[in-house]
Design a binder for this molecule. Structure first.
Ligand SMILES: Nc1ncnc2c1ncn2[C@@H]1O[C@H](COP(=O)(O)OP(=O)(O)OP(=O)(O)O)[C@@H](O)[C@H]1O
Length: 263
C-alpha cells in the first residue's frame, strides 16, 4: 500500500520554541488514525502540516506522494478535505447549509456563483443526507447548533472527493446525543472502503468511532507511541501520554478511559 502521508524528522519551531520535534510518522492508504494527547501536545500542528498549510522548519513531509516544498500546494489542497473549528470560523454565517457545502467544490469559503452544476448540487445533497442534514439545507450556517455545524463541515470536507480527510476535534462541544450521533456517522465513514484515509484529532477515547485502525499518542511535541489501535491504545501508553494513571477499556468496539482514585 502506498503512503498517504510520510513525515521524517519533522520539527516545527515558532517564536524560538519547538511545537513538534523530530516527528517521524507514516500513514498508509486506507488507514484511519486517531491523534491523541494533552492540550498543547502539538496535535493541531501535525494536522496543519498534513494539510500542507504549515511547512516544517526542518525534516521532510510527503503528502499523497508529493513532497512538500517541491509541489504546488494549490494542486495538492483539493485532494485533502479538512474540518476544523478554525476553518468553520471562515465560513459565512449567512450562507445556507447547501451553499456552504457546494462552495467547497469551487475551493471557496463563500458563494458568488448564481448557478452550480446540477451534478455538484446532487453530490452536496447526498453528503448532507449521509450526515443527517437533509432537513437543514436552506438554513443559514450561522443559525446551526454546534452538532449541526460539525456535520455540515464534514459534508463540506468530503465534497472535493478527497484522498485524505483531516478532522480536528469533530466532537468538541457536542452533548452526549450529538457525540453519539457523530460517532455513528464517523464509524460508517471509517468502515467504508471507498472513503478517504482519515486522521482525526481528539481529546477523548470515547470519541473514537469503530473502524479507526491506528493511534498516534503525542506529548510535548513528540510522538510517544504510534501503531495499530488494539495494541497501542493501552492503559500504560495512555497514562504515559497524559501523565497520570489511567485505565483504558474497550467494549463492543468503543473505548473508555478513567483515572484511578487518589490513594
Ligand atoms: N504560531 C504559534 N506561535 C507560537 N506557539 C504556537 C503557535 N501555534 C501553536 N503554538 C503552541 O504550540 C503548542 C502546540 O499547539 P497545538 O495547537 O498543535 O496543540 P494541540 O495538541 O492541538 O492542543 P489542544 O489540545 O489544546 O488543541 C501549544 O503550546 C501552542 O500554544
Amino acid at each position: 500500500m502506498s503512503d498517504v502521508l510520510e513525515l521524517v524528522d519533522v520539527t516545527v519551531v515558532r517564536e524560538g520554541r519547538a511545537l513538534v520535534e523530530k516527528v517521524s510518522w507514516s500513514v498508509a492508504e486506507g488507514e484511519r488514525w486517531v491523534i491523541l494527547g494533552p492540550n498543547g501536545a502539538g496535535k493541531t500542528t501535525l494536522l496543519n502540516v498534513a494539510s500542507s498549510y504549515l511547512f516544517p522548519t526542518s525534516g521532510t513531509v510527503q503528502i499523497l506522494g508529493e513532497k512538500l516544498g517541491g509541489v504546488d500546494v494549490f494542486d495538492l489542497r483539493p485532494r485533502i478535505g479538512m474540518a476544523s473549528s478554525a476553518l468553520a470560523g471562515k465560513l459565512s454565517a449567512r450562507q445556507t447549509v447547501l451553499s456552504t457545502v457546494l462552495t467547497a467544490a469551487y475551493g471557496m469559503t463563500a458563494g458568488w456563483q448564481e448557478r452550480y452544476d446540477e451534478v455538484d448540487e446532487q453530490r452536496a445533497r447526498a453528503f448532507l443526507d449521509r450526515l443527517g442534514m437533509t432537513e437543514f439545507l436552506d438554513r443559514r450556517f450561522g443559525t446551526l447548533s454546534e452538532g449541526e455545524r460539525k456535520r455540515t463541515q464534514i459534508a463540506r470536507a468530503l465534497m472535493t472527493d478527497p484522498e485524505l480527510l483531516l478532522l480536528d476535534e469533530p466532537a468538541a462541544g457536542l452533548d452526549l446525543g450529538g457525540r453519539e450521533d457523530l460517532v455513528r456517522r464517523l464509524g460508517r465513514l471509517a468502515r467504508d472502503p471507498f472513503a478517504p484515509s482519515m486522521l482525526m484529532v481528539t481529546h477523548h477515547v470515547e470519541e473514537i468511532a469503530p473502524g479507526f485502525t491506528h493511534v498516534l499518542l503525542v506529548r510535548q511535541g513528540r510522538v510517544l507511541h504510534a501503531g495499530p489501535i488494539e495494541t497501542t491504545l493501552t492503559s500504560s501508553n495512555l497514562s504515559h501520554c497524559f501523565g497520570l494513571p489511567l485505565v483504558v477499556e474497550r467494549r463492543a468496539d468503543r473505548w473508555t478511559a478513567h483515572g484511578l482514585p487518589l490513594g
